[in-house]
Design a protein around this ligand. Structure first.
Ligand code: AMP
Length: 281
């Protein structure tokens, strides 16, 4: 049976409902999303429902995290389907603000997270993490949840958000949740909808390439050799461009020269017009 889900579109309404819950001594979990929800998102929702009394999902396609030539205009949107699925999962409230509600015309403040936000995704998508950190900081300050849930699918984003909340003393626990994958290993993503049947067939090669890097490092191959081999295998396997394959410290995301137990392997590559990212620990 679907839950009765409350839908709010203003910060004032969001705060009013949360204040009522707080007055009743209930804890609050926040799950920020850009919609087009899939089982990856639902895993965060389930984690929130399991560990807090009230779960709020947010749906906002944040223009500040899209570059000028990126897919903002065609990003998949289906609010009705998202609402039905969230109600079914038992989410208590959906916060789906308009662009004007989120960013007043005169608003100029941005939050940047230098260093960890400049490498990897940050270097290929300038401004991306400033857009992400700004909107997530706003959502956290608007809702003031006990916990907020983010997927390891976007591993660097999780690290940037953790750094940002610590630096700004935002009193929230950031919870990272494991990557949900299709049966063939492809990490679920709203952007997988862009893939042609042929591209979809080739897509799991990204995760496989990262796994091979991990296995080869364990067998003693150097980082440079295994990373170069992984890039070549992707280009042979239908990928059109590899932005990076990197072996990094899992906390700082600084690239490692020699593998350690703390390593995280991250990759981003293109299948035609679609850019996929993946990572593993
Ligand atoms: P998005 O709607 O793409 O901004 O994603 C919203 C949240 O869902 C982020 O915290 C993502 O990391 C998380 N997420 C997206 N895909 C997956 C997945 N396959 N597994 C786990 N979490 C995911």
């Amino acid at each position: 049976m679907a839950n009765k889900i409350i839908i709010v579109r203003t910060i004032a309404e969001l705060r009013r409902h949360i204040a009522t819950w707080r007055a009743d001594g209930l804890s609050v979990g926040l799950v920020p999303t850009m919609g087009a929800l899939h089982d990856g998102h639902f895993s965060l929702v389930e984690q929130s429902i399991k560990t807090t009394d009230r779960t709020v999902t947010t749906l906002f396609v944040n223009p500040k995290q899209f570059g000028p030539h990126e897919d903002l205009d065609v990003y998949p949107r289906d609010e009705a389907a998202d609402v039905a699925a969230l109600a079914e999962k038992g989410v208590h409230m959906l916060f789906a603000p308009s662009l004007d509600e989120m960013y007043a015309e005169e608003s100029v403040t941005a939050i940047s997270v230098p260093g960890i936000g400049d490498v990897l995704e940050g270097s290929f998508r300038p401004g991306f993490f400033t857009g992400v950190a700004t909107v997530v900081a706003k959502l956290l300050i608007q809702a003031l949840p006990d916990r907020a849930f983010f997927g390891e699918k976007d591993y660097q984003q999780l690290r940037v958000i953790t750094r940002m909340t610590e630096d700004l003393d935002i009193p929230v626990e950031i919870v990272g949740c494991p990557i949900v994958r299709e049966e063939d290993g492809l990490a679920l993503s709203s952007r997988n909808a862009y893939l042609s049947p042929e591209e979809r067939k080739n897509a799991p090669a990204l995760g496989q390439a990262l796994q091979k890097v991990k296995d080869e490092l364990a067998a003693g191959t150097s980082i440079t050799a295994t990373v170069e081999a992984a890039k070549a295998s992707l280009l042979n396997g239908g990928f059109t461009k590899v932005d990076y394959i990197a072996v990094c410290d899992r906390n700082s995301l600084e690239e490692l020269e020699t593998p350690t137990k703390e390593a995280r392997i991250l990759g981003a590559a293109w299948l035609g017009k679609t850019r996929l990212i993946d990572n593993l620990g």
